[in-house]
Ligand binder design. Structure first.
Ligand code: NAP
Length: 259
């Protein structure tokens, strides 16, 4: 049994997931990092950064949409560490071409839903079952699951209806998991980022720069992956142990409605 806590982070290779991985390594977690390929340049460069923080790094190649491969990935983590303390369901995509609602195609819709919603739900179910079993095996066990959703869970974006629907669904998944798993001693939280400067948003950078200048974000700046990672680290430390099911908004106030 690994003496240290073990965190699984999906979408760990870059952006928000990478910052979360580094923050959790600083908090004393060993890191099981999931991305579609385990040996991409991003994953290879993350390893020394994690190890420099005194944590172990275990890269896993898994497309989270492929639920038939979840078992193998989770088993490999348990074989190596004997425990899983934290799951961060962070991996998510936007379609390559943003289409108007009236041009939405089924193939793209299915792909976005399977990566952003179906995959995370079944990964959480798989890990939750292990956590319930591990409760009696691991001393001082404080398991937790976090779902990274989006401001698009409550904001209409007619060129991103697939992402909006997937994130609204994931938000409800976080609530239902929190409800069911609280009685098992597993705390579930939703992390809801606003506009965060990553590769995902780089395609629309100029548009968002303009919207931020025009007042879209009350705090008047882009969010950084580190802004999100700090919220996750605070939850992972156990600072919010009596707040199961809470939504942690990291959006500079995009959630504020004003007149
Ligand atoms: P990103 O920079 O595009 O990074 C996405 C990460 O997910 C990468 O590590 C990517 O690695 C991995 N990934 C993509 N598809 C995957 C799949 N099918 N299976 C496993 N891993 C996969 O995105 P980000 O901005 O950091 O976003 C992270 C999460 O935050 C997403 O869920 C996103 O919806 C959410 N979010 C982001 C923003 C924002 O403004 N950036 C706002 C709200 C919510 P590989 O390509 O190597 O697989």
């Amino acid at each position: 049994m690994n003496p240290k806590q073990v965190a699984i982070i999906t979408g760990a290779s870059r952006g928000i997931g990478r910052a979360i991985s580094l923050a959790l390594a600083s908090e004393g977690y060993d890191i099981a990092a999931i991305a579609r390929t385990s040996d991409s340049e991003c994953m290879l460069s993350l390893q020394p950064e994690i190890e420099a923080l005194g944590a172990q790094f275990f890269p896993i190649g898994l497309d989270v949409a492929h639920t038939n491969l979840h078992d193998e990935a989770i088993s490999s983590i348990l074989d190596r560490y004997g425990r899983i303390d934290l799951l961060i369901n962070n991996a998510g995509i936007a379609p390559i071409e943003r289409k108007d609602l009236l041009d939405l195609d089924e193939e793209t819709f299915d792909r976005v839903l399977s990566v952003n919603l179906r995959g995370p739900v079944f990964l959480a179910r798989r890990v939750a079952r292990e956590m319930i079993w591990l409760k009696d095996q691991v001393k001082d066990y404080r398991p937790s699951i976090m779902f990274v959703t989006s401001f698009l869970a409550y904001t209409s974006f007619t060129n991103g209806v697939d992402v909006c629907i997937s994130k609204a669904g994931l938000s409800m998944a976080a609530l239902v998991f929190a409800d069911r798993l609280s009685e098992e001693g597993i705390n579930v939280y939703e992390i809801r980022p606003g506009l965060i400067k990553t590769e995902l948003t780089s395609r629309s950078k100029y548009k968002f720069d303009r919207l931020i200048t025009e007042g879209l974000i009350p705090q008047k700046r882009w969010g950084t992956p580190e802004d999100v990672a700090k919220a996750v680290a605070s939850l992972a430390r156990g600072d919010w142990a009596f707040s199961a099911g809470t939504i942690f908004e990291v959006s500079g106030g995009m959630n504020i409605q004003s007149i």
